[in-house]
Design a protein around this ligand. Structure first.
Ligand code: ZN
Length: 167
């Protein structure tokens, strides 16, 4: 069973873990995948064996563009985990991918939580993080063979209003 270390965290990724293995296997090829329901065809990121829309247990991994925008974010000022103490303050973003916006109902979207990083895979500066800013997936290859999908600002013009907390 492959075991990886990331910033002091021990990650076990059994090949039989269908919830996660395909995600990291695709990441190693620098491809972002999510689950697609084989009955209603909707995409989802969250782990779980059944479709949140139709309860089907049939699904497959489906590649997505990795392009989207920041739907929400949080700045971590105090890291609970010691491995991230040298990262603070760092952003955690909820990215809404371009696929499946407003589907199956308005307000829904295909959203992924990740770190927002710069070109050197360091945490993006707080003042550059904003709701509505365009992002794209980037793949952080760790020396131990694990690859983590993260997001970075893409520099594309935003589709709508860009907003950040004034604080
Ligand atoms: Zn479904």
């Amino acid at each position: 069973m492959p075991t990886y270390e990331y910033r002091g965290l021990v990650l076990h990724l059994p090949e039989l873990d269908q919830e996660h293995w395909g995600y990291f296997e695709a990441a190693r090829r620098h491809q972002l995948v999510v689950k697609r329901c084989l009955d209603c065809n909707l995409l989802r990121w969250e782990p779980g064996p059944s479709c949140p829309f139709c309860a089907s247990l049939r699904w497959e991994w489906a590649p997505v563009s990795g392009k989207g925008e920041i739907y929400s974010y949080q700045i971590v000022y105090h890291s609970v985990h010691p491995g991230f103490r040298d990262w603070v303050p760092y952003p955690i973003v909820l990215v809404e991918l371009d696929e499946q916006r407003g589907i199956p109902t308005p307000g829904y979207g295909l959203r992924i939580a990740a770190n927002l990083v710069d070109a050197q895979f360091r945490p993006e500066r707080e003042e550059r993080v904003a709701i509505g800013a365009r992002v794209q997936v980037v793949f952080m290859d760790l020396p131990n063979g694990l690859t983590l999908p993260q997001f970075a600002l893409s520099g594309e013009p935003p589709r709508g209003r860009v907003w950040r907390h004034a604080g």
